[in-house]
Design a protein around this ligand. Structure first.
Ligand code: ATP
Ligand code: MG
Length: 444
């Protein structure tokens, strides 16, 4: 039984006395039955929005309507918000935009259940006594750990909202459930409906998938059902692209999926892992070689992320690390060279680079991540020794350089700053004004 605050149960009992049963529904009921952490509780009953407002008011529960057409009322109980929706049916026109043509309220949870996506998401638990209503066979599917649409014909559900295909994959990965074969088949047949879904909604689901459990499985399943062209079309070109067997066990696409799974659980890093080699097909097409794939990759990734409406700061971060991900791939650089490059990259980008390199190596199918270990140690030493990680952190300014050397503002000031930064990367103890003022004379 769900753990719910007494104030919510009291409210439900008062409704019950008037013959209205209040239910918790959806993810909370599902997760509680699975013994998973419950994060938010959605409520449903036959009360129309205005009726719910009245009852809430009579019981001293703050409430407001947030979505008139869908009948959503926000109730605040003990400082927590609960969304209450009136039982309803929805009907959709052609296409997968998820904008119901018509919404009709209903008195029955048995009707409401069939507008929901998956049977395990359509379980209703009475708030007063914990009784469970299961109109679509969700309990059996929960027991067998299967995701299945609420309706017998899965196409009916998947057709109405293309996003449900992404939700299917997300829940399968998050819950570690299998996908009912008919549901999977219908997802494949209807993947093109994702074209009608707003890019923002696609991005939201993608983010959840990327930051969730079993990312490799999720990405492979997205690929299987044919959803990738509607999320990250440029990735599809990486499929079947073979690579040198001494460095890679997998084709480029599989390698990218593995790399993504091996990055820390943060959207920017997951995306950088997933996209770091996306420039390989383009590099090969243009040059017949892969050398510049980091340059092409950063630009292609920028286009992809813009299309998904990611914020600029995230795009810069992801593309920035893709651009440098080839640095010393063969682990040949000396500590001094590594220090200089790290100082140029800056601390944050260097941390991203190390995370991506580690994931890249693991995602190749070979366990040689001592490179990342070495880098981590170099970076830690640099931090401990207070190496400046940007020109702003130097003990002299551009003005100091102009005055000391008697030169005007211009490119040379920049060149000298850069030289001093690289010098201090190896000799951090020399990041002192009087020392750098002398040293800059040798930078001419
Ligand atoms: P979680 O919050 O853990 O991601 P959830 O099941 O609570 O999972 P929500 O997106 O919070 O998912 O939606 C709550 C419920 O509303 C779902 O369980 C499902 O019954 C229904 N639902 C939400 N979005 C859709 C959709 N696009 N199509 C059909 N039903 C949906
Ligand atoms: Mg939820």
């Amino acid at each position: 039984m769900l753990e719910l605050p007494t104030a919510l149960r009291d409210f439900a009992e008062s409704l019950e006395r008037d013959g209205v049963t209040l239910y918790a529904v959806g993810g909370s009921v599902r997760d509680a039955l699975l013994g998973r952490e419950v994060h938010d509780v959605d409520l449903a009953s036959r009360l129309r929005p205005e009726e719910m407002l009245e009852r809430a008011k009579a019981n001293g529960v703050p409430a407001r309507i947030v979505q008139q057409t869908l009948g959503t009322v926000l109730l605040t109980i003990d400082g927590t918000d609960y969304e209450h929706t009136t039982f309803r049916t929805e009907s959709y026109g052609a296409g997968g935009v998820h904008r119901p043509d018509a919404v009709r309220f209903s008195d029955s949870p048995e009707v409401d259940a069939f507008r929901r996506d998956f049977s395990v998401n359509a379980l209703y638990e009475s708030v007063t006594d914990g009784t469970i209503l299961d109109p679509t066979g969700g309990l059996a599917d929960l027991e067998n750990r299967v995701l299945r649409t609420t309706t017998k014909d899965p196409a009916v559900i998947l057709r109405d909202d293309g996003l449900r295909i992404l939700r299917l994959v997300r829940f399968a990965a998050a819950l570690d459930f299998s996908i009912d074969p008919l549901t999977l088949e219908a997802a494949k047949a209807n993947a093109a409906l994702l074209d009608d879904v707003a890019w923002e909604r696609r991005r939201q689901e993608l983010d959840r998938i990327l930051t969730g459990e079993r990312v490799f499985y999720a990405l492979s399943t997205l690929h299987d059902v044919g959803a990738l062209p509607y999320l990250l079309p440029e990735l599809v070109l990486c499929e079947g692209m073979e690579q040198r067997k001494d460095y890679h066990k997998y084709d480029v696409l599989t390698h990218l999926f593995h790399t993504c799974e091996n990055t820390p659980e943060e959207p920017a890093l997951r995306l950088a892992g997933l996209l770091h080699d996306v420039g390989k097909p383009e590099a090969y097409r243009r040059d017949g070689k892969l050398y510049a794939h980091d340059v092409y990759g950063a630009e292609i990734a920028r286009t992809m992320l813009k299309r998904l409406r990611y914020p600029n700061a995230l795009i810069e971060r992801v593309c920035g690390v893709i651009r440098i991900h080839m640095f010393d791939l063969k682990d040949e650089a000396s500590d001094a060279t590594i220090r200089k490059r790290f100082a140029e990259f800056g601390r944050e980008r260097t941390e991203d680079l190390i995370a991506i390199r580690e994931a890249d190596i693991r995602g190749s199918g070979y366990q040689t991540d001592y490179v990342a270990e070495r880098w981590r140690k170099v970076l830690q030493d640099m931090i401990n020794e207070r190496v400046p990680f940007s020109e702003e952190a130097l003990a002299v300014t551009g003005r100091d350089i102009m005055e000391e050397l008697g030169i005007p503002a211009g490119e040379r000031v920049g060149t000298i700053k850069r030289r001093l930064l690289l010098h201090c990367a190896v000799h951090p103890e020399e990041n002192r004004r009087e020392i750098l003022l002398k040293r800059m004379h040798d930078c001419r």
